[in-house]
Design a protein around this ligand. Sequence first.
Ligand code: MF3
Ligand code: CO
Length: 252
Amino acid sequence: MITIKTKAEIEKMRLSGRIVEGALELLGRNIRPGITTEALNKLAHDYIVGQGATPSFLGYNGYPKSVCISINEEVVHGIPSNRRLRKGDIVSCDIGAELDGWQGDAARTFIVGEADEEVERLVRVTRECFFEGLKFCKEGYRISDISAAIQSHAEKHGYGVVRDLVGHGIGRQLHEEPEVPNFVSPWARQRLQAGMTLAIEPMINLGTWKVWQMDDGWTVKTRDGKPSAHYENTLAITEGEPVLLTCSEELA
Ligand code: MF3
Ligand code: CO
């Protein structure tokens, strides 16, 4: 069932969304060679709790940490550890926070110092994919219009669009209906309606779209070992333009 949120409920989601955004900015400021992904996890955890919110991922289906940090060929759901970042790594940070019963979910891919030009382009284009999809986040369009915009922008650059994981509705639950694939799927054609809140999250690979899951039960990696980038925001569909709930700066 797709739940439609009132304006007041969307305002509450804006508050949890701001906390997610703040935590991502904090990680972005702290990413540097030598820092461990566990140190980043702790920074984000303490920030979220300090804001009076709860890290949504901690304990979700048994997930052991507060954020997901996925490096290079890791696509999503990397588990923070004592691994240290190195110059040239790309680091996808995915964060969820719940405040007052409402969820926010967003991800950014950061570059440690500088990376190869083709990898930097992957990161840039993955972000662009989100904003291509956003153009169709309006009443009257369908989920599949968002999917098609993301897919065609990625494939125009020769990239692989991950099939195994998708965006999603969000609200009181981290994952609600509908699914929002980053590729056109005959199963995801619902019409958009004001009051729908969605987490749209292109996961784009430099090479093949194919992925596999590691024995830790979480980490998803590209099959060919080439890098992958992730960019996600929570947003609300309205009668006019969509409202981004986890991204106040980047459009300005
Ligand atoms: N952030 C992921 C998503 O966008 C969910 C993380 S799964 C968890 O859907 F188990 F790590 F929480
Ligand atoms: Co999500």
